[in-house]
Design a protein around this ligand. Structure first.
Ligand SMILES: [Zn+2]
Length: 324
């Protein structure tokens, strides 16, 4: 398994291992699909690789079992959209109390730990405070400050930054066989999250849906109140879709803002530069800024059970009116 970028983080983990200083608890933080779980898996391989090198070979039985999720000593808890519950932590703790079955270390990787219930996090705290000697735990989360401070303080924290666009582009072409033009667009849209770019490469519907959401945004701006309200009502029935739509719209308005401000930072929707420039020419920085702010607020409140339809109606009505 290859990690693209994040060299410092991988080096830190592998060097610690080579020097016999293995941290029992590591927290890897960073945006979704940036490579947190991949690094955790490589670390788990290095801890149990039978090749004897600090860098895991990726070929021995142990390394291969970890990739396929069949290593008895490596437990990866990664259920998207599901909160980690106390029962799962208890079960994990019973496993971790036993010595490794076939490897040198028992490794537990708990992905997106911000979704763990407070009870589950508190239960895990005991293991973090007094980890069994042959146990390594890796937690991942989008941000450290959404976790219990008592959890964070017991972990070695590695913060991953987005990769440079050029690295994502190169990796997409070299390792995933993307065409240059395709690699270019995905690299810019990914915001440095290679995992997302690979997903978009493999699942064409992802970009098709993006096109649909952005087309919709542009046409809504030339539409009247009644059409805008109808769209808000329609959209509000599907919170998951709201999240997806707003994420793309937020990227759009960030681009408009960059262009209005004459920033040197590259826009992300590079395939739609002409229309973005046209809109930027018709809008003020203040308008673009207000849209960015409003989209962020609505996005944050999706989870908090506010009246989603009302929030979306306000949002649709505040979209500037532009002829398409
Ligand atoms: Zn190996």
């Amino acid at each position: 398994m290859n990690v693209v970028g994040h060299t410092w983080a991988v080096d830190l983990l592998l060097n610690g291992l080579a020097m016999g200083r293995v941290s029992h608890a590591t927290l890897i933080v960073g945006p979704p699909n940036i490579g947190k779980a991949t690094i955790a898996r490589v670390f788990a391989q290095a801890l149990n690789c039978t090749d004897g090198q600090p860098v895991p070979c990726g070929k021995c039985l142990s390394c291969r079992k970890i990739v396929s999720g069949n290593h008895p000593d490596v437990r990866i808890l990664d259920a998207p959209d599901q909160a980690l519950k106390i029962g799962q932590v208890r079960e994990l703790q019973r496993e971790l109390a036993l010595s490794p079955h076939e490897g040198r270390w028992r490794v537990a990787v708990l992905c997106d730990f911000e979704r763990a219930t407070v009870e589950a996090a508190n239960a895990l705290l005991k293991t973090l405070e007094e980890p069994p000697s042959q146990v390594v735990m890796v937690l991942t989360a989008a941000e450290a400050d959404v976790l219990l401070p008592t959890i964070v303080s017991r972990c070695q924290v590695l913060s991953l930054r987005p990769l440079p666009t050029s690295s994502v582009r190169k990796a997409l072409m070299k390792q995933w066989g993307a065409h240059p033009e395709q690699a270019d667009l995905l690299a810019y849209l990914s915001g440095g999250r290679l995992g997302w770019a690979v997903q978009a490469l493999e699942d064409e519907t992802l970009l098709a849906r993006r096109d649909q959401h952005l087309d919709h945004l542009v046409s809504l701006m030339s539409q009247r109140r009644v059409e805008r309200l109808a769209y808000a009502a329609d959209l509000s029935r599907d919170p998951a879709l709201v999240r997806e739509v707003l994420a793309w719209w937020l990227g759009w308005w960030r681009d408009v803002l960059l262009l209005v401000a004459g920033s040197h930072v590259a826009i992300s929707n590079i395939d739609r530069e002409a229309i973005l420039r046209k809109q930027a020419g018709q809008l003020t920085g203040r308008q673009a800024q207000r849209m960015v702010k409003q989209l962020r607020t609505v996005n944050k409140n999706i989870d908090q059970n506010v009246n989603l339809r009302l929030a979306l109606e306000v949002l649709m009505l505040s979209l500037p009116s532009l002829a398409s």
